[in-house]
Design a protein around this ligand. Structure first.
Ligand code: PLP
Length: 380
């Protein structure tokens, strides 16, 4: 591409609008396999207002830093964090998992991490970067099998991680039991609630019988949760919480040429726009707003389940949250055929299923159309 000479703003905007037409969009309700969603309009507005701010140099932006502290306080309350807690605003679940494993390694000086078979693939990246050995625990009924953990604990174990809302099926591992084990064994315990963190607490508050996954369990050391998933904020937004702020000392570096003295985050420059967006949407919706969103998504999940059953489809398992695994033979080919009909849906080769994630942007009437198209594709 020859870009030796610039072109007009008008032409660029036209180009951008045309190119964007090639993308799937959340409001069309045709993205059925993503854990992200349309950011709340207020989050988008807040991000635009804070576009130039950089949390990597926080002393330049004390106002944005204040918003970050407010996000931390609101989230700490949600997670029942003790007063000693520490937090970082990161780019999402991958960076949070990487930070958690870095911390577990730095605190213990050990090199093995125990994870469930259902862990997100970001753990593989983290282990590879940190030269950690992953010891994988098989699942039982799609949950990390607690009985298989003790045999993997040894003198090299740096910590254990489990998931509150797995990527594949939205499963919640037996976190209270694993937390007890970690407390007995004095092991670091990271809970990956990238997806579950902004839905489980709001369902629990409405009486949904979901297990505890937060700092009220003394054995939980760290938790990640993503505002850019069920939090309805802008991308990139990830929150990482630890029980003891002082633990960050083990992974912090001196930052001689910027205003802050130390930095614990792996990324340097970080968007204050995401912080402002997350503050705006959390403060605007409030816990009752998130409760309504969570309930609506759960009700649409039940509706989808019924519509699928009526059309003769079976699910891999009962969905505890808003992710449905639809059993089909040749799920990859089926997802390709559905793409031809304008649906973006992911598939899980391991579990031989299509993966449907009911997010706030999905409308009921589109579910009916999707089920009809799925039936047509299967018949062909
Ligand atoms: N952890 C879990 C459970 C996830 O489902 C995901 C993404 O889907 C991640 C971590 C990674 O998050 P991100 O893509 O925001 O880095």
């Amino acid at each position: 591409m020859d870009w030796s000479k610039g072109i007009s703003k008008q032409n660029i905007l036209h180009d951008l609008k045309e190119t964007r037409k090639k993308d799937f969009t959340f409001p069309s309700s045709r993205i059925l396999g993503s854990m992200c969603t349309t950011p709340h309009p207020l989050a988008q507005q807040a991000a635009a207002l804070y576009m130039e701010t950089n949390m990597g140099d926080p002393e330049l932006f004390p106002g944005t830093k204040e918003l970050e502290q407010k996000v931390f306080h609101m989230t700490a309350e949600l997670l029942h964090a003790p007063p000693t807690y520490g937090a970082l605003f990161l780019s999402g679940g991958t960076e949070s998992n990487l930070t958690a494993l870095y911390l577990a390694r730095s605190l213990s000086h050990k090199k093995e991490i125990i994870i469930p078979q259902s862990a997100h693939f970001s753990l593989q990246k983290a282990a590879s970067l940190l030269q950690l050995k992953l010891r994988t625990v098989p699942t039982k009924n799609y949950q990390m099998d607690i009985h298989k953990i003790p045999q993997l604990i040894n003198d090299h174990t740096a910590g254990i991680m489990a998931v509150a809302g797995t990527t594949g099926l939205g499963i919640i591992d037996p976190i209270p039991e694993i937390a007890d084990l970690c407390q007995d064994e004095k092991l670091f315990f990271h809970v990956d609630a990238a997806f579950g963190g902004f839905i489980i607490p709001f369902l629990q508050k409405q009486g949904y019988p979901l297990p505890c996954f937060d700092f009220s369990l003394p054995g939980v050391s760290s938790i990640s949760l993503d505002p850019h998933k069920m939090g309805c904020s802008t991308i990139p937004s990830g929150l990482f919480f630890i029980r003891e702020k002082k633990w960050f000392d083990t992974i912090s570096v001196d930052t001689p040429y910027i205003s802050a003295k130390k930095q614990a985050s792996l990324s340097g420059t970080r968007p204050g726009a995401s912080v402002a967006a997350t503050y705006a949407v959390m403060r605007h919706l409030g816990q009752d707003g998130y409760m309504k969103i969570a309930k609506k998504c759960m009700e649409l999940t039940s509706y989808t389940k019924k519509a699928l059953h009526q059309s003769g489809f079976s699910l891999v398992t009962e969905p505890p949250l808003t992710i449905l695994g639809i059993q089909v033979s040749k799920p990859f080919q089926v997802s390709q055929e559905l793409a031809k009909k304008g649906w973006s849906i992911s598939y899980n080769a391991q579990l031989h299923c299509l993966r449907l994630v009911i997010m706030p942007h999905i409308k009921k009437r589109l579910i009916d159309q999707f089920v009809t198209d799925l039936r047509d594709v299967i018949k062909c």
